[in-house]
Design a protein around this ligand. Structure first.
Ligand SMILES: [Zn+2]
Length: 472
């Protein structure tokens, strides 16, 4: 089956050009300049499927390297399955996700990974890979790291938060980093001082401060900056690279940026919620509404200027990736577990569907360039996690994961408008985007077109990943 995407402007991380994209089967085979007849005078006539991209951008499919489908958390589980979550991703132009398999203390890492494979296999609309969460670093878990690298699981997430659930102490972090240094894998860090946070939480509850806003107030920026600094020092000590997930405090990113100036292999990720939303406006909404935006790290105060600074760090390159940390919970029966006690609100925001749109609005608003948009949403995440060449770029030999994006289109985000995630509300309700995902292809198959979903569960395949392409 041959497909021609005709008449559009092809964007990459490094530039833009007018070109038609020729796809054979699952791969891109050629970019053809308009009027070029090297491959024949009537390419469109010869192709079995023609997608008209006139006046539109043709961009590599989105790569979201931070999702939590079906994640068990706080007595419930994230409301998107791999089926519903990857379908929503497809609607929004994300054609690759990297989700997190979870291991807790006492569990065998390989068994946990097998459980995640079982959840995803046959259910995904788009391609998927896994990182491995290590919630119990011990001798067996350290050995498992080497084994998993051989199976294409080349990144391991540790937590400095959630004592008793996920937290690794500094000694455990050190040992995992030493192992990563040896086997070439990448350590991802949830950098918040969870021991301190738990004390602040208990003190707030004892004072009767139970509303959702206290989730943010008990996770002040100092707890993120301190943990980020400590993680960087341990990375420096061991020589291991480090990737800090979902950064929201400007002070933490400043610390990361300073380490990068010294030449350390430390990388930062942020998420759309930290760029657009705030502690005052969302987390502090009246009554229990703020629960919608309870996530960790928390939304930060706009009065402190975090949001503007994060956009700046995206421009300077000190933040490398924008992912969603998609971790959806319904308000009813899920977020509501925390009525009267903010610490029982499941942590997470659903957003896997909206990342490309929200970051495109950043282009419209003048925060980032078109090329940086592609780089942050697709190229760098692919390269960071060993998928580049196959994902993250439109060039001969790459998987034909392609989004036709219409800069003259419009997207109204919200339930009953564009909302395909399995949630009873949207954290992004009311956001208006001056652009629209028009057509989405995954490995050569059209999965979204004309406002119709044409994909299917099981089309998406597991992606064994190589080592980070920033480090080799
Ligand atoms: Zn996460």
């Amino acid at each position: 089956m041959t497909t021609l995407i005709r008449g559009g402007t092809v964007l990459s991380a490094s530039g833009r050009c007018r070109a038609d994209v020729l796809i054979d089967g699952e791969r891109v085979v050629a970019l053809v300049a308009p009027g070029d007849t090297t491959l024949g005078v009537d390419l469109a006539g010869a192709a079995e499927v023609v997608v008209d991209a006139t006046g539109k951008y043709v961009v590599p499919g989105g790569v979201d390297v931070h999702t939590h489908m079906e994640l068990p958390f706080g007595g419930t589980a994230a409301s998107d399955t791999f089926e519903t979550g990857t379908r929503a991703a497809a609607w929004g132009g994300t054609t690759t996700i990297v989700d997190f398999a979870v291991q807790r203390t006492g569990e065998r890492v390989q068994d946990c990974l097998a459980a995640w494979h079982a959840k995803a296999a046959g259910n995904c609309a788009v391609d998927y890979g896994f990182h491995q969460i290590l919630g119990g670093v011990d001798e067996d878990a350290l050995k498992a790291m080497d084994e998993l690298v051989g199976e294409g699981i080349t990144s391991f997430k540790l937590f400095m938060a959630y004592p008793g659930v996920f937290l690794s102490d500094d000694g455990q972090i050190l040992r995992a980093m030493q192992r990563a240094r040896e086997n070439g894998s990448l350590v991802m860090m949830h950098a918040e001082n969870g021991t301190v946070i738990d004390v602040l939480v208990q003190q707030a509850l004892a004072r009767g401060e139970t509303a959702p806003v206290n989730h943010g107030l008990t996770r002040p920026w100092e707890t993120e900056e301190e943990a980020t600094h400590r993680a960087i020092m341990l990375a420096r000590l061991t020589g291991a690279p480090l990737y800090v997930v979902h950064m929201s405090a400007k002070q933490a990113v400043a610390t990361l940026a300073a380490a990068r100036r010294e030449g350390l292999n430390v990388f930062g990720e942020t998420c759309p919620q930290y760029l657009y939303l705030s502690l005052e406006e969302q987390l502090g909404a009246p009554g229990f509404q703020g629960a919608t935006w309870v996530c960790s790290t928390p939304l930060r105060a706009r009065s402190e200027g975090h949001q503007d600074q994060l956009w700046g760090y995206l421009r300077s390159g000190d933040l490398s990736v924008v992912s969603t940390d998609h971790c959806p919970f319904c308000l009813k029966e899920q977020k509501e577990l925390g009525i009267g006690d903010f610490s029982k609100i499941p942590n997470g925001i659903g957003g896997v569907e909206h990342r490309l749109d929200l970051l495109y609005q950043g282009v419209v608003d003048g925060h980032i360039s078109l090329e940086r948009w592609v780089e942050l949403c697709s190229t760098t995440p692919a390269r960071m996690f060993g998928l580049y060449g196959r994902k993250g770029v439109i060039e001969p030999g790459a998987d034909a994961d392609v989004v036709v994006y219409d800069p003259n289109g419009h997207t109204s985000i919200g339930v009953g408008k564009t909302h395909h995630m399995n949630m009873d509300h949207s954290a992004w309700e009311g956001f208006e985007i001056q652009g629209k995902v028009d057509t989405v292809l995954s490995r050569g198959s059209v999965i979204v077109q004309d406002n119709q979903y044409r994909g299917r569960p099981g089309h998406g395949r597991f992606l064994p990943r190589g080592l980070s392409q920033y480090l080799g």
